[in-house]
Ligand binder design. Structure first.
Ligand SMILES: [Mg+2]
Length: 281
């Protein structure tokens, strides 16, 4: 099957395993079959607002079995990188997932009246208001380093609308200060690298529905990727981007199919991929 050569399968969530609040047909059975085949799994999400336990609950509600240790959010990656850099305190624009992850590694969340923190950390925050964005910007103007769990411009909601995402909030601070944040979420490499380490595997396959985050992020690391057509990207969109997926499948169930077989959902023609070679099919 397509997944055979890889020991770690890094799965995006929305658009791959569910289109919230609906399950994607076959996703739960596919995850179970990958486990059965001995694959190490990581559930990888740019959304920093939920804790791993909350992500597991969400997965279970669509029938997908997972453990918190298998969930790698951009908040978890951010916390572990910042603690390695000796960040001990931060002003946070973010929700429970980010606050929990930072607290979990001993990074203290401060208020604007406290002495200058080591970092300003920005993620998705549905309670962010002018005062919070202003306080973050003022700290950055005073020289505090600026980091972001992710920079997704928008947040997809049921019905197809887009609401301002973490990147939109970050843009307010960047625009005010002229300082660019260091970002850890997809398509930056940090989140994927953290997911591979926590999976314990060595040969990763990234599975995602977005060309601009999942597929380009994998490509920049030189890792193979699978584009599923159950989320953001359409097959024709692949022609428009420079980072191509290694494989294209109709849905996540395509991981269990033989890529060379007709009907396996793989592109029927050669497609230049990230290595400058051609998609394997
Ligand atoms: Mg997605």
């Amino acid at each position: 099957m397509l997944a055979d050569p890889y020991d770690a399968i890094l799965l995006d969530l929305d658009g791959v395993l569910y289109r919230w609040p609906d399950a994607i047909p076959g996703a739960a059975a596919t995850v179970a079959a990958l486990r059965e085949a001995g694959k190490r799994l990581a559930f990888v999400t740019n959304n920093s607002s939920r804790t791993p336990a909350q992500v597991v609950e969400r997965l279970e509600s669509v029938g997908v079995e997972a453990t918190p240790a298998e969930v790698v959010t951009s908040a978890i990656a951010t916390a572990s990188i910042l603690t390695e850099r000796d960040v001990r305190s931060a002003f946070v624009v973010g929700e429970e997932g980010l606050l929990d992850a930072l607290a979990g590694v001993g990074i203290r969340a401060v208020s604007p009246s406290d002495p200058l923190p080591d970092a300003v950390v920005v993620g998705f925050d549905r309670k962010a208001d002018y005062a919070k964005l202003k306080d973050a910007a003022v700290l950055v103007e005073r020289g505090v380093a600026l980091f972001a769990s992710n920079a997704d411009p928008s947040f997809p909601v049921p019905g197809g609308e887009s609401w301002p995402g973490a990147g939109a909030l970050l843009a307010a601070i960047e625009t005010t200060t002229g300082v660019r944040a260091e970002v850890f979420g997809k398509p930056e490499p940090a989140l994927f690298q953290r997911a591979l380490v926590s999976s314990g595997g060595e040969h990763p396959l990234v599975v995602g529905d977005r060309l601009d985050t999942d597929i380009s992020g994998a490509g920049r690391l030189g890792w193979d990727s699978v584009l599923v057509l159950t989320g953001a990207a359409r097959r024709a969109d692949v022609d428009e981007v420079s980072w191509k997926p290694t494989f294209i499948v109709d849905d996540v169930g395509g991981l269990l199919t033989e890529p060379a077989h007709e009907g396996g959902g793989i592109l029927p023609e050669e497609v230049p991929n990230h290595t400058g070679g051609f998609a394997r099919w």
